[in-house]
Design a protein around this ligand. Structure first.
Ligand code: GN1
Ligand code: MG
Length: 349
């Protein structure tokens, strides 16, 4: 750890470090020196294409710097550069490390406690999209290929059914059956996808990727900032803002769809952004919510069937529990589409 630290700060001595945050993919640490605290992250090289990620960050953070100065706002915490002037240090094993500023009064939420939080968080995401719209799309690589490609996720799920061990197949029987019933969402995705404009999007807009400080709201976790579509960023907010229970709540009764949060986040996201969206982007917002929640259910279920090789898990059924919460939310949306579309349309006028 000291060696990594010295790549960023050659003169300072590291006093301590400890694990930090709730990410499912990267390893995050809180570092302390005599004078300062920092956030250190090791990017998961099995998940991300490191060369693309590192190159994207160079463009992204230089653009963030310019935008923040020009607009007088903060979008995300600052990154420190290595002694050779880069945002990442690549170690001998090929892992990318970076150091970010720790904002002492910042909090993130695992659950949106009241609709005002959903409104504010989504509004920050909408404003962040206005910044993303200014980036040169052709210069961004895919840090994960076909990340939100629902047909591919569905195929991976089908494959996992042929390779999973018997016990897990048996335990996941009900979830497998439910997941197969939702195959029509793949078709809805496929009929919308070809017409959607590609933009640089965030691609991981879950509630805990938004940091609240006393006077500003920042967006974090920029590893998946790459070409994508608006409907998925909207959809992942629906997925993570509307339930009063955690993504891994074991009691399905506690997973409910909160309409007031849905309305608040829709309002918050669209207020800054609606004039910049095309007709098809506006029409597919709810399709995005269904697609991303279905995708997430399939990803958790596939990982369960594959023996938990992707997401960090704390106990053997963790991914299955996560699958159930996603199915519960999806079920509500499918049964209430007209009502939800009315709420979206109200915010669009
Ligand atoms: C992962 O790393 P984290 O927790 O921000 C995942 C997202 C999922 C999310 C589910 C690169 O995000 O796509 O939606 O878990 N990130 C990657 O909680 O796979
Ligand atoms: Mg992430």
């Amino acid at each position: 750890m000291e060696e990594i630290f010295s790549q960023f700060f050659s003169g300072e001595r590291l006093l301590s470090y400890k694990p930090f945050g709730n990410g499912h993919i990267n390893d995050t640490y809180l570092l302390e020196t005599v004078a300062e605290k920092y956030i250190l992250q090791r990017v998961n090289k099995n998940v991300f294409r490191i060369p693309e990620l590192v190159a994207n960050y160079e463009i992204l953070f230089n653009a963030i710097d310019d935008y923040q100065k020009q607009k007088g706002i903060r979008l995300t915490p600052a990154l420190y550069k290595t002694t050779s002037g880069k945002f990442h240090f690549i170690d001998k094993e090929g892992y990318a490390w970076r150091v970010a500023e720790l904002l002492p009064d910042a909090v993130s939420h695992e659950i949106a406690k009241d609709p005002e939080i959903s409104y504010q968080a989504a509004k920050a995401m909408g404003k962040f999209q206005l910044f993303l719209n200014t980036l040169p799309q052709q210069h961004f690589g895919d840090t994960i290929i076909n990340f939100h490609d629902l047909p591919r996720r569905h195929k991976a799920f089908k494959e996992s059914l042929t390779t999973a061990d018997k016990e897990r197949l048996e335990k996941a029987k009900a979830e497998i059956k439910r997941s197969e019933e939702y195959i029509f969402i793949v078709e809805q995705f496929e009929s919308a996808a070809p017409d959607l404009p590609k933009r640089i999007t965030h691609n991981d807009t879950k509630i805990n990727n938004i940091l609240f400080t006393e006077d500003q709201i920042l967006v974090i976790d920029l590893d998946t900032v790459m070409p994508g579509v608006i409907m998925h960023d909207y959809g992942d907010m629906v997925r993570t803002f509307t339930s009063p229970a955690a993504e891994d709540e074991r009691d399905p009764q506690k997973v409910v769809f909160r309409l007031d949060h849905f309305e608040a986040l829709t309002k918050g996201y669209l207020e800054p952004l609606k004039n910049d969206l095309t007709g098809i982007e506006k029409e597919t917002l709810l399709t995005g919510a269904k697609s991303i929640i279905y995708e997430q259910a399939l990803r958790f279920l596939t990982d369960y069937l594959n023996g938990d090789i992707y997401y960090k898990t704390a106990y053997p059924e963790h991914n299955l529990v996560r699958t159930r919460t996603q199915i519960k939310l999806l079920e509500y949306i499918i049964e209430n589409e007209d009502k939800l579309n009315d709420i979206i349309n109200k915010q669009l006028t």
